[in-house]
Design a protein around this ligand. Structure first.
Ligand code: DAH
Length: 369
């Protein structure tokens, strides 16, 4: 152990003089007071209370003092450091409060400001109606089937007993993919899905097929080159036209409400025999305009009926084309336009409204997700 340092020169520890310590405290207090934010205060803390600050260095000198001087110097430095610490704490409290106030102000939300709303979008009324119609069949035990929109000409025409020279096959009516010899068309009806269902599924078949179809029509109030149909083939033992009528009546009631009256009017389709158009009694005049020139009806043209779709008993030639035994099995089929159904159901008078994408049109149906 070394003895007391008798050769101590008080000049060397001038840093411990009362003036020097006061000056250090003074400098520290000024620096702390002028720290404008918490970062500046951190620097001031490092400079005036850190390990290498003048007061810390002065503190280290105490050990070199003669024992008699140690206590006083220790007390002086200790008090000085306490004052600096207190100044730091006080300033920190003030700066923290200021910062919190600024944050509160910056993050304040004015709940009265108008909101920037991003519309979430809704599904098109044609889509929801098509699904609703399909749901009616699902509740009767039908499966939903789909097919390609670019379809084999064979399934769209030949297998459906449409003869090669039928006018519907011409390029005036049908979009051919690439060339008329490609054998691929944009399907002109959902009926080819019947063919696919009959080829792919075991009997009995109860299938509903909603989908998009294409024809080379110009867009106007009653035509669009892209539209939608829903198709239903049923093939089972012993099916009759009465089953067809009952099924269509159920669909009509679900779509238009109790009391809607339907009728089957003889017609012709190559893929059904017999064939019929399914008509709805005009729900505006209820038939009252027929033969009453004083009371014309614009909805049905005073016919009393409006055409909804086509139907019939599946032509045995179609069943044979897909290998179904026609001794035992019978089929019925129907197909109707979704656009027409929307027009009747919701009083839409111009088809262009359905394709132009104007939100004012779709909004009127509500956001139906
Ligand atoms: N595919 C026919 C059309 O687009 C509609 C149709 C009629 C479908 C009779 C059928 C049916 O399934 O049996 O005009």
């Amino acid at each position: 152990m070394s003895g007391p340092n008798t050769e101590f020169d008080p000049k060397q520890v001038a840093a411990l003089s009362a003036e020097a310590i006061d000056a250090m405290v003074q400098a520290a207090v000024e620096a702390i007071a002028s720290a404008g934010d918490l970062d500046a205060l951190k620097s001031a803390r490092l400079a005036h209370a850190g390990d290498r600050s003048p007061l810390a260095l002065a503190n280290r000198e105490i050990g070199a003092l003669p024992p008699a001087a140690k206590a006083e110097a220790g007390k002086r430095v200790g008090q000085a450091r306490a004052r600096v610490k207190q100044a730091l704490d006080e300033r920190e409290e003030v700066l923290l409060r200021e910062r919190d106030a600024l944050v509160l102000q910056a993050e304040a939300v004015d709940v009265t400001l108008p909101v920037q709303r991003t519309p979430i979008g809704g599904r098109h009324p044609l889509t929801t109606l098509m699904e609703r119609m399909a749901d009616v069949f699902i509740s009767m035990g039908y499966d939903v089937a789909e097919g390609p929109e670019a379809e084999a000409e064979w399934a769209n025409f030949d297998a459906l007993n449409v003869p090669p020279d039928h006018p519907a096959r011409t390029m005036q009516d049908t979009f051919y993919v690439e060339s008329p010899n490609s054998g691929v068309v944009l399907r002109t009806q959902t009926s080819p899905i019947q063919i696919r269902a009959m080829l792919e599924r075991p009997l009995p078949i109860y299938v509903v097929a909603p989908g998009r179809v294409y024809r080379t029509d110009e867009l106007d109030a009653t035509h669009t080159p892209v539209f939608h149909q829903i198709e239903g083939p049923a093939v089972d033992e012993g099916l009759t036209m009465a089953d067809l009528k009952g099924t269509l009546d159920h669909l009509a009631t679900q779509m238009f409400g109790e009391g809607i009256i339907t009728r089957l009017r003889p017609s012709y389709f190559p893929f059904t025999e017999p064939s019929a158009e399914v008509d709805l009694q005009c729900f505006v005049c209820r038939g009252a305009s027929v033969g009453d020139p004083s009371n014309p009806c614009r909805t049905c043209g005073s016919e009393g009926w409006i055409e909804w779709g086509g139907c019939g008993m599946v032509n045995p030639r179609v069943l044979q084309a897909v290998g179904i035994d026609t001794d035992k099995n019978r089929g019925f089929a129907f197909g109707m336009g979704i656009e027409r159904t929307l027009m009747f159901r919701n009083g839409v008078t111009d088809m262009r409204d359905m394709v132009e994408g104007d939100l004012r049109f779709t909004r009127a149906f509500g956001v139906d997700a």
